[in-house]
Design a protein around this ligand. Structure first.
Ligand code: GTP
Length: 305
């Protein structure tokens, strides 16, 4: 941020999330809004409960898009837990974007989401978004907007195509318009310094936390020691990473019986990293006890906080 410029008095900042049935186009729209800049969750310990998907930086606003798992009709305890996370996110963001694809009839799944949204996030404005307009004739888009309007009270309605870019800015404007006035929540610079390594670290952290979030809420940090293409090959990147925990008891949780868990963490993380980088990777994962790293400013700095 540099402290050189002070944001204008009417600068807006805040959080948004997208909801909608699977395949409604939420991720694609998020990526279109964010462009190339990728944001990283691990840089802010207090926000790790809601993974940040990306940040839209504009001269007049900063829009932080958070991830939510899909809302399901709860059939299992896990389903219920996931739904709790969804509800919590909904009530904490400043605006929700409810996505419905233009090429599919509005159905029970959408009605379920609308009912839930109404009951949980009564005060959160919801923007109704008809996605994938490039797939259907204009007339169909209009019909879908009308059908969507019947579902619930929307703050705004807007059609968009993330693929051809139609009205992506309008969606951004509508979401930003619902954010409170306030300074940027995240510095711009840190997100672009080393996006890949930081994001790779975050993917490993996410994988390591999967299933043990309750046992190790904020006690994990990940650093990347080295990340470079294997010599003489352009299709393989070596990643050397360290998972930092606070106590040796946590180390055993992360490693698991005979290393079983760590292997799974590695496999999951590797898949995600390969997707991100678009190349094969070799992932070398070590677990290290960095005692009380959360309370030690020096260690915190080293771990990138
Ligand atoms: N033609 C077209 N296809 C789109 C558009 N947006 C998304 N898609 C496609 O629709 C499919 C689902 O898109 P996603 O963005 O993954 O949908 P999602 O809502 O994030 O899906 P979940 O992660 O399953 O909840 C993908 O195959 C996208 O390529 C669009 O604007 N136009």
């Amino acid at each position: 941020m540099g402290g050189m410029t002070t944001p204008a008095d009417d600068f807006r900042s805040g959080f948004a999330c997208f909801v909608g049935r699977p395949n409604a186009g939420k991720s694609t729209l998020t990526n279109a809004l964010i462009g190339t800049k990728v944001a990283i969750t691990s840089s802010k310990p207090q926000t790790t409960r809601h993974a940040i998907r990306g940040i839209v930086h504009r001269p007049d606003a900063q829009l932080v898009v958070v991830d939510t798992p899909g809302l399901h009709r709860p059939r299992t305890l896990l389903g219920q837990r996931l739904n709790d996370v969804v509800r919590e996110t909904w009530s904490e963001v400043d605006v929700v974007g409810f996505c419905v694809p233009a090429d599919q009839r509005i159905g029970p799944g959408d009605k379920y989401i609308a009912t839930e949204l109404r009951s949980i996030a009564r005060k959160t404005p919801v923007v109704g978004i008809v996605t994938k307009t490039d797939l259907v004739p204009q007339q169909r888009v209009a019909e879908q907007l009308l059908a969507l309007q019947e579902l619930m009270d929307f703050a705004e309605l807007v059609p968009v195509s993330a693929v051809d870019g139609y009205q992506v800015d309008v969606v951004a404007d509508l979401l930003v318009g619902r954010l409170p006035v306030g300074p940027p929540l995240y510095p711009d610079g840190e997100l672009t310094d080393e996006p890949e390594a930081t994001l790779v670290a975050e993917l490993i952290r996410e994988a390591a936390l999967e299933g043990v979030r309750d046992e190790l809420p904020h006690s994990i940090a990940v650093t990347i020691d080295e990340m470079a293409p294997r010599e003489g090959r352009d299709d393989l990147v070596d990643v050397y990473a360290v998972v930092h925990v606070e106590r040796s008891s946590q180390k055993s949780i992360v490693i698991g019986q005979r290393g079983q868990r760590l292997r799974e963490v590695g496999a999951t993380a590797r898949q995600h990293i390969q997707k991100l980088l678009g190349t094969k990777i070799y992932l070398d994962l070590h677990v290290k006890v960095s005692k009380d790293w959360q309370r030690d400013p020096k260690q915190l700095r080293r771990l990138g906080f």
